[in-house]
Write a protein that binds this ligand. Structure first.
Ligand code: B12
Length: 286
């Protein structure tokens, strides 16, 4: 049987952006394409991706998970001695959809030992996506989703505060959401990703008018401008947005648009780097 990417995401629990990133970066799978360019995955692809997802959920890095699956070896308990990441995610999710702030904080407490990036990418964002799935499946309401988003956003803001992004001595990055885009957590994750690599981050939040972005970029002339597009956009609108951002930025500023709303697989935009993957920011940063 063959499956489209959304179905694979549903079956494996790996979001489409990550599936595409793993394919590109690690050559994990090489799906065929339909006539219109959509990926088609096989049963074997789905089985292998599910196995990798389980290992990553158990706390292995993606690199470790891939080499283990390629060697066909049995997984080792990655979090021996502490609660597993999967367990923490489960407890946090349960607490959040029950409006149990104390319970969610207790769960978060158990992963404070992890470096900020792992807390973000392995706990906070996956829990938020799971809340989204519950909401989509009508298993929780908008109220629960808002409560959970507010909690996750608060933890991300706490990490940004702890990283003291304004004091860093590295190159400067401006992170801002574009008009109409209210999803903020991907943008915050990008800011955290950069800050942990020594970037000085000027974080503007969501829904910033293009004219304001232009004014600030022209004034500060940062090395990097980052935005996150989560709402799906048509290719034409997306190109207009990318062009407007490229024009708004000085020539020396690299412009990066990330997020699951970036249309694929044909999207491209001159002078703008498109990526769905936070890890690619490390290459930009390099
Ligand atoms: C929380 C949430 C909200 C909150 C946001 C609160 C906040 N402060 O951020 C609120 C309530 C505001 C909201 C509103 C809406 N939402 Co909403 N929301 C979500 C939810 C549950 C989580 C979003 C999120 O932050 N995910 C975590 C992020 C970080 O994961 P990610 O996007 O996959 O990002 C990864 C990569 O793409 C990458 N990345 C992301 N950004 C960047 C940036 C850079 C530079 C880089 C390098 C990488 C990168 O890194 C991430 C880690 O791997 C999702 C469900 C889901 N599955 O995500 C729906 C979801 C995104 N929302 C959706 C919708 C439809 C809406 C509304 C239109 C609902 C409505 N009818 O009003 C509005 C739109 C508001 C607007 N104008 O933007 C849809 C989007 C469908 C689509 N693709 O267009 C989703 C997918 C739910 C669904 N399944 O239908 N939402």
């Amino acid at each position: 049987m063959s499956y489209r990417i959304k179905r694979v995401a549903h079956l494996t629990g790996i979001n489409p952006a990550t599936l595409r990133a793993w394919e590109r970066r690690y050559g994990l799978v090489a799906p065929d394409r339909t006539g219109s360019g959509y990926r088609l995955y096989t049963d074997e692809d789905v089985a292998m991706l599910s196995r990798i997802k389980i290992l990553v959920d158990e706390g292995l890095t993606i690199g470790e998970a891939i080499s283990r699956v390629r060697r066909g070896a049995e997984p080792l308990p990655a979090d021996a001695g502490g609660p597993s990441i999967r367990d923490v995610r489960f407890r946090m999710l349960e607490a959040l959809v029950s409006f149990d702030r104390r319970g969610a904080l207790d769960a978060y407490q158990d992963v404070l030992r992890l470096p900020p990036e792992r807390r973000v990418e392995e706990v906070l964002l996956p829990v938020l996506r799971q809340v989204g799935e519950l909401w989509e499946a009508n298993e929780c309401g908008v109220g629960e989703e808002h409560f959970a988003s507010a909690f996750i956003r608060e933890k991300l803001a706490g990490i940004i505060e702890d990283l003291d992004t304004g004091a860093a001595r590295g190159p400067e990055a401006v992170c801002a959401g574009v008009p109409g885009e209210l999803h903020e957590c991907g943008l915050m994750a990008a800011a955290i990703h950069l800050a942990t690599r020594g970037w000085r981050v000027v974080y503007l939040g969501t829904n910033v008018p293009i004219e304001e972005i232009r004014r600030i970029l022209r004034q500060r002339r940062p090395a990097l401008f980052c935005t996150s597009v989560v709402n799906t956009m048509g290719i034409a609108d997306f190109r207009d947005l990318a062009r407007a951002l490229r024009e708004a930025a000085p020539a020396e500023t690299e412009v990066v648009i990330g997020g699951g709303g970036v249309p694929g697989p044909f999207a491209s935009a001159e002078g703008v780097r498109l990526t769905e993957d936070l890890a690619e920011l490390a290459h930009v940063a390099a």
